[in-house]
Design a protein around this ligand. Structure first.
Ligand SMILES: NC(=O)c1ccc[n+]([C@@H]2O[C@H](COP(=O)([O-])OP(=O)(O)OC[C@H]3O[C@@H](n4cnc5c(N)ncnc54)[C@H](O)[C@@H]3O)[C@@H](O)[C@H]2O)c1
Ligand SMILES: [Fe+2]
Length: 464
């Protein structure tokens, strides 16, 4: 046994001392067979089939016929139901003779109550497939409706992430789901995640399992041309944080223990060489097209690229995961007081759109996480357009934070949590809501205390 340990230690030493260039520098744990790995040594990339192209929605009817679908649940929200993406979808279903029913009552930023309404609709009809047409709110609602209709006896909290729910793995077969995103942000079309606001605790949480992943994502940039400016910028900052958080998440080799059975490897596995490729791609696209896509809704090139970046970041987060910006965003959104985004594009009820709640703490979060891997933080800032010449490792956090702030300033993003209605007195409640987000906190590349979380929120009260 002692010998085995010595060999294992030696191999780790060789690994640590080995080349760190991008081609060979993956910090892979070298595992001795049969040793019980304390840390994980493997990662896997799962993804929906993705079909991308201007106008590709017209193919959805054929896909359903190919799947032998006879009774389709089309899920959308009260706004998208009146827009071209839904019309094109229904035209395609009608032309191919596919039978369907539309559920158009999805709540923007869904809650457990709104999920349950969609679940009741799904249970009352014997659907054999689902098509979600809308943003993250719609896609996440469709995933939940499908799950609980396929396991009608399950209690709602059974599948909800621990510790809020029981985190039960999905073992029942689900019906196939096709996702047609109409925002450029969440990447939910490729993820096995469904997020909702758990009203009792005033925080968001979710259901996370690869079985929830849509079987097909139809990425049709035409749909994004009607996105209002606010939706474009808030959902754009969701992509922004997905890319930055998955890129800087704890490396998969630092997360442990390795699962006894590969099916138990978590959905969010930590940063890895493949998700890093997606993240770098997204950061490049954001640098080139984010501002253009907000400035000019008719800029098809910019909006098309942002739509692709959203899916790419989804593949990144769907496997690597996200960390603190999202962990803190969930109570920020859940405790909303009176904030209503201008122009009523999100409706007239108080709501903090997901991308806004996420980016609020980003400048503080990346100042905090930079010491975990200064080079990666500098690299990210560089891709986003910062001048990295001569930047010292000690300044990595400031560089990335300042770069994020420039984007926020340019997009006229609200100046910190104060503008969303929060004061220092709210911070203990926000920390309390962040602590159950164990899955996300564990992916943060540095351990964080309650005091650290308080300080990050305090630093985010005013950001400019
Ligand atoms: N499942 C995941 O992996 C994942 C990841 C990130 C975020 N989310 C969740 O997704 C939700 C946010 O989704 P979102 O940012 O895509 O926005 P959304 O679905 O909440 O939609 C925002 C608003 O834009 C409108 N809209 C959507 N598409 C439009 C279009 N093409 N033209 C005009 N208006 C349009 C909607 O009607 C709505 O009013 C949050 O609940 C968030 O927590 C999920
Ligand atoms: Fe997100």
């Amino acid at each position: 046994m002692a010998n085995r340990k010595r060999v294992f230690d030696l191999l780790r030493t060789i690994d640590v001392a080995s080349c760190r260039c991008p081609a060979h520098g993956n910090r892979g744990n070298i595992q001795v067979s049969n040793a019980t790995p304390q840390k994980d040594y493997a990662f896997e990339i799962k993804c929906s089939t993705v079909r991308y192209g201007l106008g590709v929605t017209r193919e959805v009817g054929h896909d359903l016929v190919n799947m032998d679908a006879k009774n389709v649940c089309v899920v959308t929200d009260p706004n998208v139901v009146n827009l071209q993406p839904l019309k094109t979808t229904l035209d395609s279903l009608t032309k191919t003779g596919v039978n369907y029913k539309v559920y158009d009552k999805v709540r923007v930023e869904p809650t457990d109550t709104s999920f349950k309404e969609a679940i009741a609709f799904a249970k009352a009809n014997d659907f054999d497939s689902y098509v979600a047409v809308g943003g993250g709110s719609v896609m996440d609602t469709a995933k939940a409706a499908n799950l609980y209709a396929c396991d009608p006896e399950a209690d709602f909290l059974d599948y909800v992430n621990a510790d809020i729910g029981k985190g039960k793995p999905i073992e029942v077969p689900l019906k196939p789901m096709i996702a047609i995103p109409t925002t450029s942000g969440t990447g939910s079309e490729t993820t096995g995640t469904s997020i909702f606001d758990y009203e009792e605790l005033h925080t968001k949480t979710g259901i996370s399992h690869s079985a929830l992943r849509p079987i097909l994502a139809l990425i049709d940039p035409l749909h994004t041309l009607t996105m209002p400016e606010k939706v474009t910028k808030y959902s754009g900052f969701d992509i922004f944080c997905h890319a930055l958080e998955s890129f800087t998440a704890v490396p998969f080799t630092e997360r442990g223990p390795a699962p006894a059975n590969p099916s138990l490897r978590p959905t969010y596995q930590g940063s890895n060489p493949i998700s890093d490729v997606w993240a770098r791609f997204c950061l490049q696209v954001l640098q080139k097209y984010f501002k253009r896509s907000v400035q000019n809704p008719d800029d098809v090139e910019a909006r098309s690229n942002m739509h692709l970046a959203s899916t790419m970041a989804g593949v990144g987060i769907g496997n690597a995961g996200v960390h603190l910006c999202h962990g803190l965003a969930y109570p920020i959104a859940g405790h909303v007081k009176n904030f209503v985004p201008a122009d009523n594009v999100y409706g007239s009820a108080p709501i903090i759109p997901h991308g806004l709640s996420v980016v609020m703490t980003a400048p503080a979060v990346f100042r905090f996480t930079a010491p975990s891997d200064p080079d990666k933080h500098i690299e990210a800032a560089g891709i986003l357009g910062a001048n990295t010449t001569g930047v010292k490792q000690a300044d990595a956090g400031k560089l990335l934070s300042d770069t994020i702030l420039q984007y926020m300033d340019y997009m006229k993003i609200e100046n910190g949590l104060k503008t969303l209605g929060y004061t220092s007195e709210d911070i203990p409640d926000l920390v309390k809501g962040a602590l159950p987000q164990k899955r996300l906190l564990a992916l943060t590349p540095l351990e964080q205390s309650k005091e650290d979380l308080s300080k990050l929120l305090e630093d985010s009260l005013t950001v400019y």
